[in-house]
Write a protein that binds this ligand. Sequence first.
Ligand code: ASP
Length: 308
Amino acid sequence: MKPFAIAVHGGAGTIARAEMTPAREKSYREALEEAVRRGQDVLQRGGHALDAVETAVRVLEDSPHFNAGRGSVFNADGQHEMDASIMEGTSLRAGAVACVHNVKNPVSLARLVMEKSPHVLLSGMGAFEFAHRHKVMLEDDQYFFDQFRYEQWQRTRGTDTYQLDHSDEDRKYGTVGAVALDQQGGLAAATSTGGMTNKQFQRIGDSPLIGAGTYANNRTCAVSCTGHGESFIRAVAAHEVHARMAHGGLPLVEAVRQVVHEVLPPLEGDGGMIAVDTNGHVVLDFNCTGMYRGYAMGGGAVESAIFR
Ligand code: ASP
């Protein structure tokens, strides 16, 4: 059997170990492991990396634990605006959506943009109209309402501050993503988020930007990022990992280390990323206290972790 691998993340940030009860940790890790397992099943049956990452991200979007899909945070206007993207490394096709609302699984809408439109990125009402046309599953506002998220927003409401979801003490953690290598040697990456609490109306982060929050190229690797989006955009973080491998000849682990620990910190780029290369090596690295993450190599055991 050829190598295959999948990794997922559920956000990174200043996660307070003292506030993480065993029960809470268990439920987060179960959700992460379920996402890995569902993606691993796709790969084990010989399925494509693109299907594996979409499947894994949908599991996390449907969980209220994470800041994506159902669990998305509130923006400054008290709305949920979601960003998502997906890319496959064989043909470098990509699709993304920004500032969408009421869409149950933004990652699948991003995939439709890739497959059913001549464009890469659709935003706002244009993306919503496209979702309608393609009969994408929608949910009413109540589906996205969460008391914790609401209280989290009340603490920043009316101020100019916005915050990384996972750096808030209410412990409702972050953006989700997945990367995979399939048995045909194909790589894919996907990322989905509700963004940052109290973000300005129609603010767009790194998650839907190909090269910043998401990138996949069969020459090198697939990458999905999480963290302070503005910094990841300025660092073109996901593509930077690819570039250091393609042009500098670095192995994946070193390329990720340089971007996470050397390139991002001077830009106040708190966060992390997950990545997989063409040999199925998985790297999950971050420059803050924790990152919700999980992975499986081949048909092996599903692993998950939060802290270092
Ligand atoms: N990167 C996301 C954004 O800036 C936030 C996150 O990863 O939690 O929208």
